[in-house]
Design a protein around this ligand. Structure first.
Ligand SMILES: CCCCCCCC/C=C\C=C\CC(=O)SCCNC(=O)CCNC(=O)[C@H](O)C(C)(C)COP(=O)(O)OP(=O)(O)OC[C@H]1O[C@@H](n2cnc3c(N)ncnc32)[C@H](O)[C@@H]1OP(=O)(O)O
Length: 682
């Protein structure tokens, strides 16, 4: 709703629709009612639009976009109707922005005559992130206010523009210090009686004409271009046509799902009843990291960038010095890529202390162990930390394959610790997902199926670049073999050997089964040949030089695979694109259903978020679990059963019971309800 009140000559519309003042129907109606009151009240000489609570207006209510097109389009009053009323008002309309003025929120501002904001406010058109374009005249009005290249950038990037930058472009008229409402009232008095015609953007011409060919096909850009080429009315009509087309597409549907999935994933809860809303995080001020390898230094950089002091500990001076050099180089690279200033880099380096003695961690609030994946080494470190660190210190482990319950606390982790770590993750700019301990955790457990199937597919006749191309065409940023070359083939081989050793098994080039499961020794063959990936200039691909970045399909690898498979008696055949996609994706998805079934994650959305951030799974596909829901669970289940029959020695093809039950439901169960099936008779 919109609360209406008067302060002297000024009517104040206070948008009051928590949590973010989205433009739901009652808010839109509130504007119409308010405008009618203000217009008919001779005492009112100006109007201020302001947001109650944490923000100005975060745009249209995204949930409305799930409604049928007819309902959406006929939902009155529309934003454009309101906008027109604002623009045509004979009394100046002033938007007073704090928090965020996004999407439809910014469009309302552009219909208004003046825009003020506090310094911390942000404005922008994030619609592209939802697979749509600003369709309440945003693409027609912004280029009439700012340079068309700036409009293109803002609309096509979806980025939030900070108030000082928005002021520079002319999107804002003034940045306000002190109380926003009081200052806006003062401003309103200063513009009462001034001509409004020059403030009505529809009457202005575009700032400049842009010659833009390479991106013209993209809808946002096409629409902005229309602002230069067509009349305002014709531009608006096209904007509406593009909007209708985009909003009904799969990508927008998936991106809207992604928006809410990310927010749902933040809402962790424990069986005890503790959750994100009722548990207060501790205040972490100082941190320590053990291990100055790739992981440890990467984590150190994130913490330093977020403003935390870090004590980095390594077992010997040589490794420590190398680690500090790595950190320095990463930060310097940030400066050269203009991600941080030289001064900021110096501050970060000043906040870094390095030591070979764990005792220096005695007073830190949080320690992250990031040493090599070796359970005895990790246990020894935590034993020492138990004595050294203060009792309130949080002890964290960076591991992707070791059972956390054997290492530091897992099952026993307190709600307060969970809250602190989730909060800490956010503060260092990461997205944290709460998962229970399980072998390889969620990301590697699912991705392991994906990678393993990719290797089996090579054994059966496909080539690395063929598999990579198919998965990249699907939308993955890098195919599994490019990823493997980047990570280093020796790393996965070493982990496999370590696991085998724990079971008293020796893996050789002839090994075809490991603990009853089909096993591919192809990576070990590459390891023996010294083809370790990018770092040696050869792996599944060849590179222009050791450490090179350009993956070039290599004829030699064909022979390596062919000879290896011949030796092992594996027959090769032509494999279709569909089979490659299904085997990589469905094996991981089936594992995802098992992960939900076991309660390792709280909800399917958690898995999808992990895949976007962990593996770059395209958000416009929604994530593997959403993708499965859209493909149809019956189809996915049938194919999983088919592959299980054909590949009985891979446990990742044993169909998940949850998937089976969901696939037989009389009506498709929406992804948000899958969990309910766990406890039902379905
Ligand atoms: C108008 C009817 C349709 C007619 C169609 C005709 C033509 C089209 C006309 C207009 C089209 C306009 C397009 C748009 O405006 S699309 C929306 C553009 N805006 C956004 O994408 C902003 C999204 N929100 C955010 O970026 C953030 O929420 C932010 C505002 C920056 C605040 O961040 P933070 O403080 O971190 O809070 P959360 O992100 O956790 O959000 C809090 C809760 O609010 C929910 N939320 C946020 N924004 C929206 C929204 N626009 N619609 C619905 N719900 C929203 C969010 O899910 C959180 O909910 P919960 O607490 O339950 O998780």
């Amino acid at each position: 709703m919109v609360d209406y009140r008067k302060e002297g000559l000024v009517a104040i519309f206070e948008v009051n629709n928590p949590p973010v003042n989205s433009l739901s129907k009652n808010v839109r109606q509130g504007f119409v009612d308010g405008l009618s009151k203000a217009t008919n009240d001779p005492e009112v000489k100006a109007v201020i639009i302001i947001g109650k609570g944490r923000t100005f207006i975060a745009g249209a209510n995204i949930k409305d976009f799930g409604k049928p097109m007819e309902e959406l389009m006929s939902s009155s009053p529309s934003l454009i109707d309101i906008g027109n009323m604002l623009e045509e008002s004979e009394k100046p309309i002033i938007c007073a922005i704090h928090g965020a003025g996004l999407g439809g929120g910014l469009e309302l501002c552009l219909f208004s005559h003046y825009r003020l904001a506090v310094k911390s406010a942000r404005v922008g058109f994030p619609e592209v992130n939802l697979g749509i374009l600003p369709a309440a005249a945003g693409t027609q009005r912004l280029p009439r206010l700012v340079d068309i290249t700036v409009a293109m950038d803002i609309i096509s990037s979806g980025r939030h523009v900070a108030a000082p930058e928005a002021l520079k472009y002319g999107i804002l008229d003034q940045i306000v210090e002190g109380d926003l409402l009081k200052e806006s009232i003062k401003f309103a008095h200063s513009v009462i009686g001034k001509p409004l015609e020059p403030r009505r953007l529809r009457n202005l011409a575009c700032k400049s004409i842009l010659y833009c060919i390479s991106v013209i096909h993209q809808f946002c850009l096409k629409s902005v271009r229309n602002a230069a080429d067509l009349s305002y009315e014709a531009g608006l009509m096209m904007e509406n046509t593009y909007f209708k087309y985009l909003i009904t597409g799969f990508q927008s549907f998936a991106l809207r799902y992604s928006f809410f999935a990310e927010r749902t994933a933040r809402k962790w809860q424990l069986p005890s009843g503790a959750n994100a809303a009722n548990t207060k995080p501790l205040n972490v001020q100082t941190t320590g990291i053990i291990g100055a390898g790739t992981m440890g230094t990467g984590i150190a950089v994130s913490l330093l960038r977020a403003g935390y002091p870090v004590i980095l500990v390594e077992q010997n001076q040589e490794f420590l010095d190398k680690g500090v050099d790595m950190i320095r180089n990463i930060l310097k690279d940030g400066v050269s890529r203009r991600l941080m200033t030289e001064d900021r880099m110096k501050q970060c380096l000043k906040a870094l202390k390095a030591s070979v003695d764990l005792k220096h961690l005695a007073n830190v609030d949080l320690v992250i162990e990031a040493v090599y994946e070796n359970i005895s080494l990790k246990q020894e470190i935590f034993k020492k930390l138990d004595y050294i660190c203060k009792p309130s210190a949080l002890l964290c482990s960076n591991t992707s394959s070791i059972d956390i319950d054997m290492n530091v606390y897992g099952k026993e982790t307190s709600a307060e610790t969970v809250a602190t770590i989730m909060d800490f993750g956010k503060k260092i700019g990461k997205v944290s997902i709460l998962v229970k301990s399980c072998h390889l955790f969620v990301a590697n457990r699912m991705h392991g199926c994906f990678q393993t199937e990719a290797k089996f597919i090579l054994e059966e006749g496909a080539l690395p670049d063929e598999v990579d191309r198919i998965l990249e065409d699907f939308g993955m940023p890098m195919g599994p073999f490019k990823v493997s070359d980047l990570a280093g083939i020796d790393i996965s081989c070493r982990i496999q050997h370590e696991v085998a050793k724990q079971h008293d098994i020796e893996l050789t080039l002839q090994t075809r089964f490991f603990r009853g499961e089909r096993y591919s020794s192809l990576s070990n063959r590459l390891y023996e040949l010294g083809r370790l990936g990018r770092k040696t200039g050869k792996g599944w691909y060849r590179y222009e030089k050791p450490g090179g970045k350009n993956a070039i399909p290599d004829n030699d690898i064909k022979d390596v695979i062919r000879i290896h498979c011949k030796e092992l008696g594996i027959e090769q055949r032509q494999i279709s694109t569909q089979e490659i996609l299904e085997r990589c994706l469905y094996s991981a998805i089936n594992e995802g259903f098992k992960i939900i079934e076991e309660g390792v994650v709280d909800k399917p959305e958690d898995i999808d978020v992990i895949w976007w951030y962990g593996f770059g799974f395209p958000r416009y596909m929604g994530g593997p679990m959403f993708y499965a829901s859209q493909t149809g669970l019956k189809k996915v289940y049938d194919r999983v059963c088919y592959y299980h029959k054909n590949f009985p020695y891979s446990s990742h093809w044993v169909p998940s019971d949850l998937l089976r039950r969901l696939s037989t439901a009389p009506n498709p169960v929406p992804i948000t309800q899958w969990k309910t099936v766990l406890h039902s008779k379905l």
